[in-house]
Design a protein around this ligand. Structure first.
Ligand code: UDP
Length: 240
């Protein structure tokens, strides 16, 4: 047996973009299956995992509001609905390999999923179920990163694990600048002052105020989700 895992309860944030993989479609089933397998591997060892899923692979409110004249709140509701689609896809994938999973939505869609009830979410986790939080915070003008920070604080999870398409945080955009330096650890202040595009300010501030460490890592590398959930060093660690 390996050493005792670092975390007891984690909040895994999966962005919509990460779900798209290299598919032309919105969701790559290879990606959802690898997420499901890696989450299964750790929850079988007793680590509790809650997920917040984004929706950027389908719809981003802010960009539509800007380009189409759609009002921002309406656009954001569509964005939140997009996260519900991803959540149900992930749930079905997880259950197909035998992981009991519940979806809770921030606004009611009770024929499709449970409404978000904090105590109930915690109870599911205690019973070893994976809980997927969908529809973000339920409020327009917020992001699913903020939802991740908020749900993490609410359910007393110990860390936000932000799964992305990049290895972690760099001092410049690694896609534009191959010389960009990888940052191993960072403080919340670094992120805020240098305006590093890790999370929006609302999300990172919420993490800072509640002392929630954030790990930013690449979900496309096999084994990374498992490592991140177990608390092994992967990606960039942001803390006080
Ligand atoms: N959204 C929102 N309130 C929230 C969370 C999300 O209005 O609390 C909307 C917003 O329009 C956003 C979209 O849902 O663009 C998808 O979420 P996000 O962009 O955070 O997804 P990700 O970048 O993680 O794929």
């Amino acid at each position: 047996e390996s050493s005792k895992p670092k975390w007891r309860r984690v909040l895994l944030k999966v962005s919509g973009e990460a779900l798209a993989g290299d598919q032309a479609q919105n969701i790559d089933p290879k990606v959802t299956m690898s997420i499901a397998r890696e989450v299964a591997a750790v929850t079988r060892h007793g680590i509790e995992a809650a997920l917040v899923v984004g929706g950027g692979n389908i719809f981003r409110g802010a960009s539509w509001a800007g380009s189409s004249g759609l009002d921002r709140s309406s656009a954001d509701y569509i964005g939140m609905l997009a996260t519900v689609m991803n959540a149900i896809f992930l749930q079905a994938t997880m259950e197909s390999i035998g992981i009991p999973t519940r979806v809770q939505t921030a606004f009611r869609m009770s024929e499709v999923a449970e409404p978000y009830i904090r105590r109930r979410a915690v109870r599911h986790l205690e019973k070893g179920r994976v809980v997927i939080f969908a529809a973000g915070t339920g409020n327009p003008f917020f992001t699913t990163d903020t939802a991740a920070a908020l749900r993490c604080a609410e359910i007393n999870a110990e860390v936000v694990l932000k799964a992305t398409n990049v290895d972690g945080v760099f001092d410049d955009d690694p896609k534009g600048n191959p010389q960009a330096g990888f940052l191993d650890t960072l403080t919340y202040q670094d992120v805020i002052k240098k305006d590093l595009s890790v999370m929006d300010l609302t999300a990172i501030t919420l993490c800072q105020e509640n002392n929630i460490p954030v790990v930013v890592f690449n979900l496309n590398k096999p084994g990374n989700i498992e490592k991140a959930i177990k608390g092994e060093r992967v990606g960039t660690l942001i803390g006080a």
